[in-house]
Design a protein around this ligand. Structure first.
Ligand code: DGJ
Length: 342
């Protein structure tokens, strides 16, 4: 009798608890507001990018460690989320962790691991993750590109190696990756220390930069950070920012006929004001670009930005806004308090 009663109590408790767990369902995008995952936890995927694979969207970003400031080493690896609609994200957890056990690892805890982007390599059938990687204890000195790989978009990713792009001994900063029609991978980033914007082709398996392919791109202002590119109507557009650490600055937009340039400077594409922080176009609503999502079935381009909060990086917010196009095809990014995918 006692055990029947106990089972009943357990059953009832689990039933009640099942109802109490907060499930979140988003019906619109709310740029700049706290964005909860499907379990009601704030999304922790900063400086990220999104891919579409097997009918799902995957968002990969920097996992920031709770309670640590940037100065106290907040980078914990790559955190992934999965979604059908780009608004409601299921937490897949940390798919590449920094190494807490081996202080000699390239990705030992204390390293800087930023701006992860995932690309599928059809030749090897691997999901390749790339990220800015600075060695533990060296600050923002040599900027490697870290490489990890997985068999599935859900991970886990295994750290593979690090490379220096743009044939630069000090490496490269924030980057944009692009796979061309031949299936070749290209890396676009600012070169250190001269801050020229460079293009580098990778080898067949997307593992090693080819030094002889490096080209300085004409028309991109020096110190362009946070590049996020997309193609539309035969033009290549590159959205980026200036360089001011974690503090927001003015967005910049460039246009070319291909990733090889030459680039034409189109100025600042943003307008409107973020009412949460009162920041407008001169400060990119308080954000910095990280990626542009091309919707796989709609004529929709979404610009992703991060609002960095270096004292409490885990509390950084996201701004996702649709890109609109003027009659002459010029991209514009207008602030919206909320919006939906039509
Ligand atoms: C701006 C970059 O875009 C970020 O990823 C980060 O590296 C900060 N600078 C560091 O100051």
């Amino acid at each position: 009798m006692k055990s029947v009663l106990l089972s009943l109590v357990i059953l009832l408790t689990s039933f009640v608890m099942g109802f109490c767990v907060e499930k979140t369902h988003m019906t619109e995008f709310k740029p700049g507001a706290i964005w909860l995952d499907t379990e009601g936890k704030p999304i922790n995927a900063h400086g990220g990018g999104v891919i579409f694979a097997d009918g799902n969207f995957y968002w990969y970003g920097e996992h920031k460690i709770w309670g640590k400031s940037e100065a106290q080493k907040a980078d914990g690896g790559i955190h992934a989320y999965k979604s059908k609609d780009l608004m409601n994200w299921e937490d897949l957890g940390v798919v590449l962790s920094v190494d807490y056990d081996n202080p000699d690892s390239h990705i030992a805890y204390g390293c800087i691991l930023e701006r992860p982007k995932v690309i599928y390599c059809a030749r090897t059938k691997k999901y390749m993750a790339y990220f800015k990687l600075y060695e533990k204890g060296k600050g923002y000195d040599t900027a490697y590109l870290g490489v990890a790989q997985a068999d599935s978009p859900e991970g886990p990713f295994k750290y593979s190696h690090r490379v220096l792009c743009a044939a630069a001994q000090k490496g490269t900063g924030d980057f944009f990756l692009f796979v061309d029609g031949n299936g070749d991978l290209w890396h676009l980033a600012v070169r250190k220390p001269d801050k020229a914007f460079c293009l580098t082709k990778f080898d067949e398996e997307y593992k090693t930069p080819i030094d002889s392919s490096v080209k300085v791109l004409e028309g991109i202002p020096l110190k362009t950070e946070a590049p996020a590119g997309f193609f539309k109507d035969g033009k290549f557009f590159l959205l980026g920012s200036g360089s001011s650490g974690w503090a927001p600055n003015t967005a910049r937009l460039l246009k070319a006929n291909s990733i090889f340039g030459p680039f034409e400077f189109l100025g600042n594409p943003t307008s409107g004001v973020n009412p949460i922080n009162k920041l407008g176009p001169d400060k990119t609503f308080g954000g910095q670009s990280s990626f542009i999502i091309k919707h796989p079935t709609k004529d929709l381009y979404i610009a992703m930005f991060d609002i960095w909060t270096p004292e409490h990086p885990i509390e950084g917010k996201y701004i996702w806004l649709p890109i609109t196009f003027d009659a002459d095809g010029t991209p514009k990014i207008v602030w919206r308090n909320s919006w939906k995918i039509e």
